[in-house]
Design a protein around this ligand. Structure first.
Ligand SMILES: Nc1ncnc2c1ncn2[C@@H]1O[C@H](COP(=O)(O)OP(=O)(O)OP(=O)(O)O)[C@@H](O)[C@H]1O
Length: 373
């Protein structure tokens, strides 16, 4: 960290090494169970990062290790270039919001938000001005005299957010903050949270097991599985270029089509050659899976003239608001596929269960993985 105290007018130099957060070689066990294994992660200042993964993968344990609430067994945590690995919780620079609001029920909204301002040296008038600003920021102006029990779940979570932000922490930690809320409130608060984070520029980490939430809100997503990081990338990267079959399947629905590698890395599904897709780095004869998302499979007029056409029969049709979701059966490859399309009345095919349907697999949307097992 550059010491700027001598010449305060000099702009603060942020060295390459000075990330908002750098975690290296972090591991944590509970008894014989290893909850986190050799975590390596760097977070830039102002980034919004989501830890995403199935229940029990270690997301919350990692968040709590960063906060010092669940100290790691091994590894280093640096915040703005400073080693905070063994600092006690109260000396770390973060604000935290939990799933279960965790407000003080016997304190008013004002006193809940002001709780984090104790001991900051602010005068009473300054504290009240700051609390009023924070309540306005989270859309709760004029609600300071209410008690938590008089507020909805969404409002309570806004109070928790204001309380976490009160001392202007360098890092905002959010542990599933939206998951106790009903769908509509959740979406609304998600957008507000994102906007607020952008406006404040506060480095933020949010734990979630909801893929859509992570894709919608994060600058980068850390996909975790069984105590390890599977992939770190932007929402687009983890969705369109998953690094592992697990990430491919966890980030949204995915068709896995068994295929084989032939001469020169060409691919075949059964005896059908796959045009335009190559399996680099696989030996001839290797068994692979071709992955394609339901929305990327072409149907009807869109499939006409496209490479990798398959003749199928519609098995089931379900209407999902803006789209139709179909399961189609392809006898030639002895497999059912899920696909999704926007029905604009001109799909060029009969939308009936049992009807024939030509589909096509665009080579650019196919991702190849080695078949497991
Ligand atoms: N204090 C603890 N003692 C023993 N085991 C624990 C403790 N805390 C967490 N674990 C275990 O560590 C693993 C990771 O837990 P963690 O809470 O980090 O998962 P998670 O990914 O946040 O899951 P969820 O989405 O269900 O909260 C789980 O198997 C959990 O049972």
């Amino acid at each position: 960290m550059v010491d700027n105290s001598v010449n305060p007018s000099r702009p603060v130099e942020v060295t390459e090494a000075e990330k908002a957060l750098r975690i290296s070689g972090l591991s944590k066990s509970f008894g014989a169970f290893q909850a986190l294994r050799d975590i390596e992660l760097e977070i830039e200042k102002g980034e919004f990062v989501c830890f995403l993964g199935p229940s029990g993968c270690g997301k919350t344990t990692l968040l709590r290790a960063i906060a010092g609430l669940e100290p790691q067994d091994y590894g280093l945590i640096e915040q703005n270039g400073e080693d905070v690995s063994s600092l006690p919780v109260h000396r770390r620079d973060f604000g935290i919001v939990f799933q279960s609001y965790a407000l003080f029920p016997n304190l008013s909204v004002t006193r809940n938000v002001g709780y984090g301002l104790r001991g900051t040296g602010m005068s009473k008038a300054q504290r009240h001005a700051r609390i009023d600003d924070l309540l306005a920021m989270v859309g709760l102006e004029g609600q300071g005299s209410k008690y938590p029990a008089q507020l909805s779940g969404g409002q309570q979570q806004r109070v928790a957010l204001a309380r976490a932000l009160a001392p202007s922490p360098g890092l905002l930690l959010l542990d599933e903050p939206l998951s106790a809320l009903d769908a509509q409130v959740r979406l609304h608060l998600r957008d507000q949270l994102r906007q607020l984070q952008r406006d404040l520029g506060v480095t933020t980490i949010m734990v979630t097991h909801d893929q859509d939430e992570a894709l919608a809100i994060a600058d980068r997503i850390v996909v975790m599985r069984q105590g390890e990081i599977e992939q770190i990338g932007s929402p687009e990267e983890v969705f369109t270029a998953p690094a592992t079959p697990f990430v491919a399947g966890f980030l949204g629905d995915m068709n896995f089509i068994p295929a084989n590698v032939h001469e020169g890395g060409t691919l075949r599904i059964g005896t059908l050659p796959v045009a335009g897709a190559h399996a680099h780095g696989f030996g001839s004869g290797a068994a692979v899976n071709l992955c394609i998302r339901p929305a990327n499979i072409l149907v009807g007029t869109a499939a006409e003239g496209a490479p990798n056409q398959l003749q199928t029969r519609i098995e089931t049709i379900s209407f999902r608001g803006n789209v139709h979701r179909l399961v189609v059966r392809c006898d030639a490859i002895d497999q059912s596929l899920e696909l999704e399309f926007r029905h604009k009345g001109q799909s060029g095919f009969e939308l009936t269960e049992g009807a024939p349907l030509t589909v096509a697999l665009p080579p650019e949307d196919l991702v190849v993985f080695r078949a497991e097992g």
